[in-house]
Design a protein. Structure first.
Length: 331
């Protein structure tokens, strides 16, 4: 079917006003590469994309830069429309400052940052070269995170979680999450510095800094990837997880380098298992082949979540720094 037919079907299926604007387009402008990327979306592997800012600037078309809430109908090279996507996060940043999680979200190759840079260097350079521009670390790139809203014959989970780095597009929701955790006196595992940040803008800025691959974070230059889980049906922040790109010796030996938490009102619904599953998958793409994860010996919920994701008990260790015992599991 064509774009109009698919959009009409989607609107009827989802109770969306048929006059809602949308754009019909193909990844890579079409061709076999574009078809492959569309297939990655349908396989639920690809949920991010990137575009050179110059693509809009050179045509004086900045008003068409994607925005949160925009709908897209994705086409294949033969003109067939295959799915409807919705932008749930968007930002613009220099080429060299894109985080490992964005590379992971694009779903291509081994999903590493190095592969992402190589693919997009080749993708963006022709347009820039034709206009006497060069691609370097400061070249502005538009990033989107995309949710799959509809595809004929594909059943979508109504409780699906969307994953993204902390963003001011979700400022109010992050603030609500923080207050709920504080009121419950709950541990902020996987949330990085959220507990101490009353200003969500400062929190987002700090998370962005620590995930920036070219930033100097501390003496050991540790980088932290903090990821939010947002329920698609109501845009509610359900939980957080964090994965260290280059864990410290303490993390490797004692505490592990993955943390996660779910807000109190959403626990016992299976979300922790989904968060940890995504965190493990992302960690693999960061090069962590053997993953150490820990929990307190009396935390039965965490223990079950870890085991449900394939965790194998290793040992109980005493962590002197925090004066606690930790159960260690390997994944």
């Amino acid at each position: 079917m064509n774009a109009k037919e698919l959009w009409t079907e989607f609107c009827k299926h989802s109770d969306i006003d048929i006059t809602t604007p949308y754009e019909a387009w193909a990844f890579c402008g079409g061709g076999p590469d574009g078809d492959e990327l569309a297939d990655l979306v349908l396989a639920r592997r690809k949920f991010g994309t990137a575009t050179a800012y110059a693509e809009y600037a050179l045509e004086n078309n900045l008003e068409m830069i994607p925005k949160v809430g925009d709908y897209s109908v994705i086409l294949k090279d033969n003109g067939n429309a295959v799915c409807v996507l919705k932008t749930y996060d968007m930002y613009i940043k220099p080429f060299n400052e894109f985080s490992p999680f964005h590379a992971y979200s694009e779903g291509e190759g081994d999903r590493t940052l190095e592969t992402w840079r190589d693919i997009h260097n080749r993708a963006f350079s022709p347009l820039l070269t034709q206009n006497n521009l060069i691609l370097d670390g400061n070249t502005k790139i538009i990033c989107e995170k995309l949710s799959l809203e509809y595809a004929p014959g594909l059943n979508l989970d109504p409780e699906e979680l969307l994953f993204l780095e902390p963003s001011l597009n979700y400022e109010d929701e992050i603030n609500t999450y923080r207050h709920e955790m504080l009121e419950a006196n709950s541990s902020f595992d996987g949330c990085f510095s959220l507990k101490r940040h009353e200003s969500i803008a400062e929190y987002v800025e700090e998370c962005t800094k620590w995930s920036n691959p070219i930033s100097e974070t501390n003496d050991s230059n540790t980088h932290v990837n903090v990821i939010m889980a947002v329920r698609k049906s109501d845009n509610k922040v359900i939980g957080f997880f964090q994965v260290m790109s280059n864990p410290s010796e303490d993390m490797k030996k004692y505490t592990g380098f993955i943390g996660y938490s779910v807000r109190p009102s959403e626990r016992k619904k299976g979300y922790a298992k989904k968060l940890l599953h995504k965190a493990i998958d992302f960690a693999r793409c960061l090069g962590h082949h053997e993953i150490l994860i820990t929990c307190l010996p009396d935390n039965e919920a965490s223990r079950r979540t870890i085991i449900a994701n394939g965790g194998r008990f290793k040992q109980t260790v005493y962590y002197k720094k925090d004066d606690i015992n930790l159960d260690q599991y390997l994944l």
